[in-house]
Design a protein around this ligand. Structure first.
Ligand SMILES: [Zn+2]
Length: 190
C-alpha cells in the first residue's frame, strides 16, 4: 500500500476517535412530555400565581394518566395560598418548619394547598413544579409519602432542578410506578 493511503487511513481513525469524544459532551435529549412547559420558562410567566400550577397539573394529568381524569371538573373548590412567618416567629429568628402542605386529601371535591412563601422563593421553576405536584399528589391522588428522594412524593425530596429531572419523576408519579408508593387512609372520612 502506498505510504500516502496508510497516512490517510491513520488520519481518518484519529478523526473518528476525536468525534466520538465530542459526542459524549452533547447533553442528553430533551425528554417528551404531552404538555409543553415553554409557558413556565417564559420570562413573562408569573411563578407566584399558584393557580397556574393547578392548570398545568390538570392538563398534564389529563394527557399523562391512563384514565384521562378531568380534575378541574372533579374539584369544585380549589384554594391555594401562601403562608408567612408570624411576627413572633420572625422575631425569634425562626422560619416555618415546612415547605408546603395539603389540607383536603380525603375530600375529592376540594383542593386546599398552603405554600411557605419564603421556601417558594428559594427554589427554581422545576422544583416549584415538583413541590406543587407533591401537594396535588396528596390532595388529588391521595398519595402518602414514598421512600426514594428522587421521587416527587418523598417527604423531604429536594425535587429535580432541571427540566429532564422533573419529567422523569413526574412520569413515575403519573404512571404510579415509584418506590414505596403508598396511599392516605381516608376510611375515617365519610
Ligand atoms: Zn408531603
Amino acid at each position: 500500500m502506498p505510504r500516502g493511503i496508510i497516512y490517510l487511513i491513520f488520519l481518518l481513525v484519529i478523526s473518528c476517535a476525536k468525534n466520538s469524544l465530542v459526542y459524549e459532551e452533547i447533553p442528553e435529549d430533551v425528554l417528551f412530555s404531552c404538555i409543553d412547559y415553554d409557558r413556565v420558562t417564559d420570562p413573562n410567566f408569573d411563578s407566584d400565581d399558584l393557580y397556574a400550577f393547578w392548570d398545568i397539573f390538570v392538563a398534564d394529568a389529563k394527557c399523562s394518566m391512563r384514565n384521562n381524569p378531568d380534575y378541574d371538573n372533579l374539584n369544585s373548590i380549589v384554594n391555594m395560598y401562601y403562608e408567612y412567618e408570624s411576627a413572633a416567629l420572625t422575631a425569634s429568628g425562626e422560619v416555618l418548619d415546612y415547605g408546603a402542605y395539603a389540607a383536603s386529601s380525603c375530600n375529592d371535591e376540594v383542593v386546599r394547598v398552603g405554600i411557605a412563601f419564603r421556601y417558594w422563593n428559594d427554589i427554581n421553576i422545576w422544583q416549584k413544579l415538583g413541590l406543587m405536584y407533591h401537594e396535588f399528589g396528596h390532595d388529588v391522588l391521595r398519595y402518602a409519602h414514598s421512600t426514594n428522594p428522587d421521587d416527587i412524593m418523598h417527604p423531604s425530596s429536594p425535587f429535580a432542578n432541571t427540566y429532564n429531572g422533573f419529567i422523569k419523576s413526574k412520569n413515575r408519579f403519573f404512571d404510579k410506578k415509584f418506590e414505596g408508593i403508598n396511599y392516605i387512609d381516608c376510611s375515617w372520612y365519610n
